[in-house]
Design a protein around this ligand. Structure first.
Ligand code: LMR
Length: 352
């Protein structure tokens, strides 16, 4: 009888021990996973560090979109994937970021579309004078088949186009003269962010143009290497060009836009789940950029107006028409250089 009881209590002790061991095991496992803080062991995503370099400041649509991209990837991967964002050309300037991307020294960059036009002329579509009537039209084009066709063209150059981010319509600043007529540009030397067509735009206006790296532009304006430059209002404001420029004309003659580009070999090596996560982050960050673009542009204009350092001229409709007419030959010539399907999609977007 006593032996039976001893046996019973031994079984009970063993049962309790096993039960608590399994409970403890589960809970300690759970604790481990959460204290692991998603460092990859349970997120289903491979652990990796992704380097993202760009040249704009953080308080721009691109700067904020990059931070949103980072936030989505890191939070949804539970920390398994880290995105290290380097703004303001801290890592690479716009003169060497594409090379760095192709060498996989950086995995993602967001250069101005014009900087890709050396690979594919169709990227010049954003610089075609007065091509897109407003931001909504442009976004419709980017999100549709035209935008996709453009992005796909990058694959053959060891790059993957993930999407487009906004910068803003371009306006002209200079140090010499208030521009309200195309002839006012005669003899001016203008800094551009690159591309080929833009040189013909300025040649048609009697000006000359030269490509200068973004992070060297303030100095070039200050030293008088160039008389003026063209850029989005947000870049004009955040780069403090009003300190070294006297006149700003709101021409809105073309669009400065970014392409979000990844190194192809790196991208192709990702599993499907990880690619989907990155694309989710592209979508969210594009929305952030687009929402902020309008707001930051308005704030930039208010600050420029408030600074009283720069004289601002908004073209009247009649004045704008003179620029459209003066640049029509450039439009006609260069629209033939754009993939016809891409051009047709852009024109169709304008019709909506
Ligand atoms: C420029 O070079 O003017 C711009 O492309 C810089 C940028 O990335 O906003």
């Amino acid at each position: 009888m006593r032996r039976k009881n001893i046996f019973k209590s031994a079984c009970l002790t063993l049962f309790i021990a096993l039960l608590s061991a399994s409970l403890f095991g589960c809970s300690s496992n759970k604790t481990n996973n959460s204290s692991d803080n998603g460092k990859g062991s349970n997120s289903g995503y491979p652990k990796m560090v992704v380097t993202f370099s760009h040249v704009a400041t953080e308080n721009t649509p691109k700067g904020q979109a990059a931070l949103k991209f980072k936030e989505v990837v890191e939070s949804k991967s539970n920390g398994a994937i880290q995105v290290k964002v380097f703004p303001s050309g801290q890592l690479y300037g716009d003169d060497n970021e594409i090379e760095a991307l192709q060498a996989n020294n950086v995995q993602i960059i967001a250069p101005s579309v014009a900087k890709l036009s050396g690979f594919e002329k169709s990227f010049e579509i954003f610089d075609l004078p007065f091509m897109f009537k407003d931001s909504e039209t442009l976004y419709g084009f980017e999100d549709g088949e035209g935008g996709k066709k453009l992005l796909d063209k990058l694959n053959q150059y060891g790059m993957v186009g993930l999407g487009f981010w906004p910068n803003g319509f371009k306006h002209i600043t200079n140090n010499k003269i208030e521009i309200d007529d195309p002839s006012d540009l005669k003899g001016l030397k203008i800094r551009t962010h690159g591309g080929t067509m833009i040189n013909e735009v300025y040649a048609a206006l009697g000006a000359s143009s030269t490509k200068i790296a973004f992070n060297e532009t303030y100095q070039a304006l200050q030293l008088g290497t160039v008389d003026g430059q063209e850029n989005s209002l947000v870049n004009i404001q955040t780069q403090r060009y009003s300190e070294v420029q006297k006149y700003l004309t709101l021409t809105g003659h073309a669009r400065s836009e970014y392409t979000l580009v990844a190194n192809k070999a790196w991208w192709d090596g990702l599993n499907e789940k990880t690619k989907e996560l990155f694309m989710e982050a592209v979508k969210a960050s594009t929305e952030t950029g687009r929402q902020l673009e309008e707001k930051l542009e308005k704030e930039a204009l208010d600050q420029l107006k408030g600074s009283e350092k720069i004289n601002i001229h908004n073209l009247t409709d009649a004045e704008r028409q003179k620029f459209i007419d003066a640049l029509q030959p450039v439009f006609d010539k260069w629209s033939k250089e754009i993939d016809p399907e891409v051009l047709q999609k852009a024109q169709a977007a304008n019709q909506n």
